[in-house]
Design a protein around this ligand. Sequence first.
Ligand code: AP5
Length: 253
Amino acid sequence: MATLTDRAAWFIGASAQCDTTPENTGHVWHLVLLGPPGVGKGTQAEGLTQALGACHLSTGDVFRASKSTPVELRSPALKTALGAMGRGELVSDDLVVEMVRERSGCFRCQGGFLMDGFPRTVAQAQAFDAMLEEKGIALDAVVSYDLPLDEIVARLSGRRTCGTCKAVYHVTARPPKVADVCDACGGALLQREDDQPESIRVRLKAYEESTRPLEEYYRGTGRLVPVSADGSPDAILQRTLEALSQIAPTGGA
Ligand code: AP5
């Protein structure tokens, strides 16, 4: 079984090294997880990391981690990004692309990667393609999750996230053993600022307008793998692994 990584290189940027890197003895997967806010991408990433050995690279996690930067040390760009995030709006393409570019060494992680939350617009997808091409890496698949709207809202409203290790829970569907305490590390479980009803509405609208077109974009590359996000996390994980077993890996390393 793969070990979870500390993801220091992804969180901190180019100069940082991870203390632990995934042990990957099989195919090195390069995947994008696509789908509306709350569909369960982060939850699936936990299982997929264990099953495939690939590192979970989430742009949302990087922005949330940057909230620990003291307010007086935040750059104007970071302040703008955090403001947009809190309201449920997308952060600007320029800023996100630059942030990912600074961390593009992670694309060559020996475990491979699961990109979660990026790209989110066609402009970001084009910039991502160029970065991957520079590094000689081809995406194996873009796993596209979907779920009816009312179930998405229920998942987002009940979500709790560990402030320390970022593990994801749900008050009814995936509760921790002890209320508000992370099973994995004992950290406090928190509700995300953007899981309030008004921010959820804005995020879902942004998804339909800006991110939904990526399904067509990646269908055109032949790499779109649609997977239903209905059912338990384990059932969805098995469905995802089954779908991945049907595709021919690119061999791009
Ligand atoms: P980001 O962190 O990427 O959030 P998101 O895409 O909105 O996705 P979420 O993390 O909300 O949901 P998820 O699909 O991972 O669901 P989860 O597994 O947690 O981005 C946040 C913000 O950052 C954006 O709004 C934007 O401002 C900014 N940003 C980030 N990247 C950007 C970019 N590229 N461009 C511009 N801006 C960017 O599950 C949700 C809940 O459901 C949990 O409680 C979970 O326990 C529960 N659950 C999961 N699976 C199941 C199941 N099968 N059954 C029942 N419950 C389940």
